[in-house]
Ligand binder design. Structure first.
Ligand code: FES
Length: 121
């Protein structure tokens, strides 16, 4: 079995760890009434716009932000996930975004009231 150390040794180039953490925010938009629903239809896009801007304006250079495709729990949206912690959040207001930035991204503390645990049926 090859582990990360082996990959790094075998590689001709170095892959720097760019970010301390990385936020993926589902930006999939399906039409209104679509049976799967979507984070976009649930109001995600303005929230992610605020999140991306706050990460930039707060100078969180070690936090990556990616507007992602579907994260597979569409009816639970708007959904975002923070790695490496693997914490999923379901923010619904601009104030929720501000709280995630202030508490989780800046102070490394879980925002309990917005965290969700998702399970597949
Ligand atoms: S549309 Fe967001 S999880 Fe599928």
């Amino acid at each position: 079995m090859t582990d990360q150390a082996d990959i790094a040794q075998d590689s001709d180039f170095e892959l720097p760890q760019v970010y301390k953490r990385h936020v993926f925010a589902c930006s999939t938009q399906r039409p209104p009434g679509h049976p799967r629903g979507s984070c976009g239809a649930a109001g995600a896009l303005p929230l992610w716009d605020r999140l991306g801007k706050k990460i930039e304006t707060e100078g969180l250079a070690e936090t990556g932000f990616t507007a992602s495709g579907c994260l597979s729990f569409c009816k639970a949206g708007p959904l975002m996930v923070v790695y490496p912690e693997g914490v999923w959040y379901r923010p619904t207001t601009p104030e929720d975004i501000d709280e995630i930035v202030e508490q989780h991204l800046k102070r490394d503390q879980l925002v309990d009231r917005l965290a969700v645990v998702l399970t597949r049926r």
